[in-house]
Design a protein around this ligand. Structure first.
Ligand SMILES: [Ca+2]
Ligand SMILES: [Ca+2]
Length: 259
């Protein structure tokens, strides 16, 4: 499955892989042991490129179980061959970021954020400088992903950005591949492994593990179920952190949606 570039109605085909990308793919296949002597001799820029290559390799392993919103929202094209080592283009980055915004709006209590909406709005701006076929560089990828990580950090989904701006070897002009873009936008807000109504990330954040409590449980005995506390964005372990009026309105919404 390839990442769809709906801004131009096409996906990057496998045959678009260029010679220098093939070289990057080959590097990923090399073991760390074999690459170590080369790393020691490499320039800072080469080291950073290799780190990015390994990141891409890691993303492939992580993405064996891609988030359901990728296919549900048309991020990936099942009719195309996967080529995570191909250079990502600006159109693909815009597409996955726009769908990530939609996913947050639909499935994250409180929605996305002003910064995310501003970013997505900037995509539709027309102008002479727009070029959706241009290759994405690290700086562009980080700029686009940052407001999403700001939001994910704010809700407790994660605790940090997946990059380091203090790394002296970083190169924001280095090219980014499709696998790295996928990895940046691989959050899954609705995965519910034990089917108890509570997303994995929230269940783990609030109770330390999956399966400790269910969606209809009320561990803090405030009369508001865990599922309601999730949508209310209140602490399910703290009775004082809930308004019964707000809980009643959430209950009404949940009831309406379920019927
Ligand atoms: Ca669950
Ligand atoms: Ca409760």
């Amino acid at each position: 499955m390839a990442v769809r570039d709906t801004f131009h109605g096409r996906a990057v085909p496998f045959s678009s892989q260029r010679a220098d990308e093939k070289q990057t793919s080959d590097l990923i296949i090399m073991s760390f042991k074999s690459i170590l002597p080369l790393l020691l001799k490499a320039t800072l820029r080469q080291r950073w490129l290799w780190v990015l290559s390994v990141m891409g390799g890691c993303s492939l392993a992580l993405l064996a179980d891609p988030p359901s919103w990728w296919s549900a929202r048309g991020v990936i094209d099942a009719g195309q061959t996967t080529n995570d080592y191909a250079a990502a283009n600006v159109g693909q980055l815009k597409n996955i970021a726009t769908k990530a915004r939609d996913e947050m709006e639909a499935n994250l209590p409180g929605g996305s954020s002003t910064d995310i909406q501003t970013l997505i709005s900037s995509f539709s701006a027309t102008g002479g400088g727009r070029n959706d076929f241009a290759a994405v560089n690290v700086g562009q990828a980080k700029t686009s992903a940052k407001p999403f990580y700001d939001r994910l950090i704010a809700v407790g989904y994660t605790t940090s950005y997946p990059w380091s701006d203090t790394d002296p070897a970083r190169d924001d002009f280095a090219q980014v591949n499709v696998g790295q873009i996928k990895n940046l936008f691989s959050f899954d807000l609705i995965k519910d492994s034990n089917s108890n109504g509570l997303p994995d990330w929230w269940e783990t954040l609030k109770f330390g593990a999956l399966g400790v409590f269910g969606g209809s449980d009320d561990p803090d005995s405030d009369g508001v179920t865990n599922l309601e506390e999730y949508w209310l964005r209140t602490n399910p372990n703290q009775a004082a952190d809930t308004s019964s009026a707000a809980a009643a309105s959430v209950r009404l919404v949940l009831h309406t949606e379920l019927n």
